[in-house]
Each structure stands twice: as structure tokens, then as C-alpha cells.
Design a binder for this molecule. Structure first.
Ligand code: ATP
Ligand code: MG
Ligand code: MG
Ligand code: MG
Length: 442
């Protein structure tokens, strides 16, 4: 833990000079050239701010600030999934070819499936999704009773897809984090209820993050099944084309439309307007496709074996993070959903050698007061101790990194009622507050 050695405090101070955030601005061009990747704003900003570092094509090091942000996102996803009864598990990434041949996806997935053989010559894939695996798991339990359904199992793990064109940084990687949930129900009706519950949880999740997200009818692709929706963040660099009716609730991915006429197929009077979106989530009602194949049954009320009705529900964890940065940031500065910012507050003491060196002590005191008074800020406040740099330079860095709050501790901190300059980066607003005012604000 980067820390100062101030022993008066139990918690070490988080110092900006010690945070591992190597800027990769130099490599941005190189990254895109050497890997033939297309770049976008979120990718450039994340490289510049030391949030990610390129590895192989479509693979990145997630640096510490990104991991902090991802862990926050995962915690919120956990709350929402567990709020509707989801139970978290973790399945192997190495999946046997046998399972994938049973579902015929070993051939259907083509080159996107990353395949390998072990030392005994047995074939595997690195899982791009886990329908086969989870259904096999549930089928294994022969004592599953209708009383235990709905059963909602989910995980947040790395997925592997040999994308033909990895691009836009974390938006389309070959290795990425996905939350995938699988549901098992007693009947089609019950499965639809579960489907609705998950869609509501997704809507709540994006609302909590402050991200505008639209739910559109979607293609079921090679996953199979009858009903499907995508959750899309409107953005110009999005790769999906969406049609939204100006008159009724109809919205769909163009892929689902048989004609591209601009007349709304639902209300018949409205006109469809096209826009672009980034797919951040996808829900599927699967029916019995996998449960039939792998024999995932439960004993029904008559104590007879019955095949479970299934659904599957994906969220692109790393994609949500990059997409949020993409839609919220300016060209020069990162802006985060408040809940996902790696650190909430950055405190700036004055430049070293200035006549107000005692202010530096006040700044460090402030960091501790914030952490101790406001439990929500524990471990969330950093001190920009690079006091060889001017306020201006450090403020510029803080602006690029997008801490929700930046507190400048300057001359006014020495006045009888000390005042701190607080910049709220989401709104760009600057306020001069007393310590109590500051605590109220935060
Ligand atoms: P896309 O159309 O963008 O290729 P998909 O439809 O193939 O995505 P799904 O199989 O529906 O993806 O997977 C569930 C979620 O996983 C997606 O909604 C998306 O958020 C995320 N995801 C899929 N592929 C990637 C990828 N290559 N990199 C990052 N996230 C991804
Ligand atoms: Mg895909
Ligand atoms: Mg898609
Ligand atoms: Mg999809």
C-alpha cells in the first residue's frame, strides 16, 4: 500500500506519487498501429491515464485504478443479482469439447472459439459463455425439486472470444469480463417472470450508474431460444444499429427486422428513428434447448422428472466500464459514473517551497478527517503529494483522471475559519467551503 510514514494515523495516506498509473500516451498510436486496432476516446483516455496497458491484440493489463473501478462495478452487479435471488458461483474457463459438440456449438462458433488440447490430446475450448457447462452442472443434481426453483446461478469471470477484429480497447477484447447468469424454472410462464425480473434488475443497475440505457428487441444468435433483448448505451461509435419508434415503446436492433421500412410495426402510425448503440447487456429466454440436450430435470409436484425452462443473461463488465467512460468523458478528460470512480476525492496541498508549507500538514490532516468522519470515503481519498509540481499541473492531471471531487488546500486554509476550494468535476462547479461545509457536501 502506498503510504506516508506518518505514525500518528492508523490508516496510511494514499499518495498520488506512489500510485501505479503509468501513462501510455506515447504508446497510444503504437498500440493501434502495431495491433491493427481501431482506437476510440475511451481507449485513448484509459491508456493516457494509466488505467490499461496493451498486451496482445484484444488483451489488456487492467491496471490498479481500473481494478478498483471494476470491483466497485462487480459489487453493484452482485447486489442487483442477489437482490433477485441470484447465487454466485465460478465455473472453469477450460471447457471440454465434448459438451460443445453435444450442443453443436463446437462447429457453429467457428473461429471465434479459442480451442486447445491438453497433454493427453483431449480437446477443450476457453469458454466464451457457459450454457453447456452450467446445464451439465445442474443436470448432475438428480434430487433437484420444483421447490428449489427458480434457480438463478451467476458468475463474473473472464471470457474468451477470438474476435475477428478486436478494437476500441476494452469495448471489444478477446479476453474480457462478463457477468453471466443462468436461470432454471418450472414452466414457461415462470421463466418469463424470471426474465422480467432480470430485465428490471438490469434497468435498475444502469439507473444507479447514471447511464442512459435502452432495452431493444434482439436477435437470439447462436445461443438459441425464442425471446431476447439487448441493453444498449446510445453512442456514435456503437456497432449496433437501433430503431426506436417516436410514438410508442417499440425499439429493436436492426438485425431483428425483416424489412427496414421506417414504419413502426407495433403502433403502425409512428416512424422509426435510427441510432447507434454499444451493447452492454443481453438477455435470452432459452426454453428447453440446453436442458433437453443435457437432461437438466427437476422433480415436479407429482414427483415426476420434468425438464427445466432456462434463460441466460449477460452483462459485459469491462465493456460497461469503457462504454461509461466513452459516453461520459470529454475528448480530454475522463468522467466516471460517480459510483465507479477509482477514488472519490483528491486533495492538493500547495507547491513545495511556497511560503505556506504548513498548509501541507493541514492537507494531510484533511485526508484523514474525511476518511475517519465519512465511512464511505475510507480508502477513497488520495493526497497529490507531487509538491514539486504547480497546482495548475496537478489540477490538470486530476481533471484528466476525473476524481469526482478535487480539494485545493491553499492560502485560505490558514484563515481563522479555514476555507477549502472544492471542485466538483461532474458539474465543473467550484466552491469555497469550511471543513464542516465540506463534510456536509461529501
Ligand atoms: P457483440 O455483438 O458486441 O459481439 P455479443 O452479442 O457477441 O456482443 P453476447 O454473447 O451477447 O455478446 O455476450 C454478452 C455480453 O458480453 C455482451 O452484451 C457484451 O456486453 C459483452 N461482450 C461480448 N463480446 C465482448 C467482447 N469481445 N469484449 C467485451 N465485452 C464483450
Ligand atoms: Mg460477438
Ligand atoms: Mg451483439
Ligand atoms: Mg449479444
Amino acid at each position: 500500500v502506498p503510504a506516508s510514514t506518518n505514525s500518528r494515523h492508523t490508516r496510511p495516506t494514499l499518495l498520488v506519487s506512489r500510485l501505479y498509473q503509468p501513462s501510455n500516451l506515447r504508446d497510444v498510436g503504437q498500440d493501434s498501429r502495431s495491433q491493427g486496432e481501431m482506437t476510440c476516446k475511451s481507449q485513448r483516455l484509459m491508456l493516457q491515464a494509466g488505467l490499461i496497458h496493451p498486451s496482445n491484440a484484444g488483451c489488456y493489463y487492467y491496471l490498479p485504478a481500473t481494478v478498483r473501478s471494476m470491483e466497485k462495478l462487480m459489487r453493484i452487479i452482485d447486489e442487483e443479482m442477489q437482490g433477485i435471488g441470484g447465487q454466485k458461483l465460478d465455473m472453469p474457463s477450460l471447457c471440454s469439447a465434448e459438451l460443445w459438440k453435444t450442443s453443436e456449438r463446437w462447429d457453429l462458433m467457428g473461429k471465434e472459439l479459442l480451442r486447445l488440447k491438453d497433454r493427453h490430446g483431449v480437446s477443450y475450448c476457453l469458454a466464451p459463455t457457459h450454457e453447456e457447462a452450467v446445464t451439465t452442472l445442474v443436470a448432475h443434481q438428480t434430487t433437484l425439486s420444483y421447490k428449489q426453483l427458480p434457480l438463478l446461478l451467476y458468475q463474473i469471470t473472464r471470457k474468451f472470444r477470438d474476435e475477428p477484429k478486436p478494437k476500441f480497447g476494452l469495448l471489444r477484447g478477446r479476453e474480457f469480463y462478463m457477468k453471466d447468469m443462468y436461470s432454471f424454472d418450472v414452466s414457461e410462464e415462470a421463466a418469463y417472470q424470471t426474465y422480467e425480473a432480470v430485465c428490471h434488475a438490469y434497468t435498475r443497475l444502469f439507473a444507479r450508474l447514471g447511464l442512459r440505457c435502452i432495452q431493444v428487441q434482439a436477435d437470439t444468435g447462436n445461443i438459441g431460444g425464442k425471446l431476447s433483448h439487448e441493453f444498449q448505451l446510445p453512442a456514435d461509435i456503437g456497432e449496433d444499429r437501433l430503431l426506436v419508434c417516436g410514438n410508442c415503446s417499440f425499439s429493436a436492433n436492426v438485425e431483428t427486422m425483416s424489412s427496414d421500412s421506417t414504419d413502426c410495426p407495433q403502433c403502425k402510425t409512428g416512424t422509426l428513428v435510427e441510432s447507434k448503440g454499444i451493447e452492454v447487456g443481453h438477455t435470452f429466454y432459452l426454453g428447453k434447448k440446453y436442458s433437453d440436450l443435457f437432461n437438466a430435470t427437476f422433480s415436479n409436484a407429482q414427483n415426476k422428472p420434468s425438464v427445466a425452462e432456462m434463460g441466460c443473461f449477460g452483462l459485459g463488465v469491462t465493456r460497461i466500464l469503457a462504454a461509461a467512460i466513452e459516453v461520459m468523458s470529454t475528448e480530454e478528460a475522463i468522467r466516471w459514473p460517480g459510483l465507479l470512480a477509482p477514488y472519490q476525492v483528491c486533495v492538493l496541498p500547495p507547491k513545495k517551497g511556497s511560503k505556506i508549507d504548513q498548509v501541507a500538514v493541514l492537507a494531510e490532516e484533511l485526508v484523514h478527517t474525511l476518511g475517519e468522519t465519512l465511512p464511505g470515503l475510507r480508502g477513497e481519498v488520495v493526497l497529490d503529494d507531487r509538491t514539486q509540481m504547480t497546482f495548475g499541473k496537478r489540477l490538470k492531471d486530476a481533471n484528466i483522471l476525473g476524481y469526482p471531487y478535487v480539494i485545493v488546500v491553499g492560502q485560505r486554509a490558514l484563515e481563522e475559519t479555514p476555507r477549502f476550494e472544492v471542485i466538483c468535476q461532474q458539474t465543473g462547479e467550484t466552491m469555497f467551503l469550511s471543513q464542516d461545509g465540506l463534510l456536509d457536501l461529501l
